[in-house]
Design a protein around this ligand. Sequence first.
Ligand SMILES: [Zn+2]
Length: 339
Amino acid sequence: MIDRINKLLAEIEGLKASKADEIEVLRIKYLSKKGEVSALMNDFRTVAAEQKREVGIKLNELKEKAQERINQLKESLENSQTVDETIDLTRTAAPIELGTRHPLSIVRKEICDIFRRLGFSIAEGPEIEDDWHVFSSLNFAEDHPARDMQDTFFIARSPEIVLRTHTSSVQTRVMEKQQPPIRIICPGRVYRNEAISYRAHCFFHQVEALYIDKNVSFADLKQALLFVAKELFGADTKIRLRPSYFPFTEPSAEMDISCNICGGKGCPFCKHTGWVEILGCGMVDPNVLENCGIDSKVYTGYALGMGVERITNLKYRVKDLRMFSENDQRFLDQFESAY
Ligand SMILES: [Zn+2]
């Protein structure tokens, strides 16, 4: 028995382990319930009475030594981990790559921020709409070409459900629920039945603005347009209004800005006119106000709408509309610093 204990003592003195799982294997081998030390403890009963004292002392010594050695191994393992010289704590951390905003989101946010400074708040509505909100309430005649299946995605013919062709439907929804003063912008996606090419897509994005109150005049519209153009394209930007036609505004106009490439001198981009078209606008037709339960003898208002893709193209010279929806990271990465 004494020999066995001495042999184990020598073994324990020389134990080596450099990893946590190796130490655990040693702990189980010597100190667990089925380990070497326990086995000796069990055999202790068979030791002759006159040897019990000597063997008992030795056995306790073995148990303590084994525990001590295992603890030492654990400690040196922990120390070696904290002062491992192969780890350079002064190295810069690996950077986490940040995503970027989509160029259309950057421009939409910019437009919304400008209007917010003018006191407009954001209104939203459904992309799947009924005929009333998209067409009828906005003065579209029964035979208006926009109502043709060639131009609009109809989901159901009766009752007529369509993918909205403009965000003006949101304006109708707000006017139906709320009496003036109304000052809202409606950003959102719209759908048209177009063949997809570099200059047209079956979906695109608009921001429309609507302001209705007592004594709102065309002069208010023009001032707001000038402010928005200067904020978007720089303080030197000039605007010009050309008479136009929309079913829901009277009078109606289209707005050009002085070409932001040549500064108005004329270049291939502006087809040597010095002007580029950016949005449509006008005074809300009294019929539209009455359709939505607003007294057109008391209130007047203006509305304007612009394509977010169009503005983005002007600001960032994206020549192909399809790039906005192709999810090509080489394209999207270029807008990293834009916002
Ligand atoms: Zn130009």
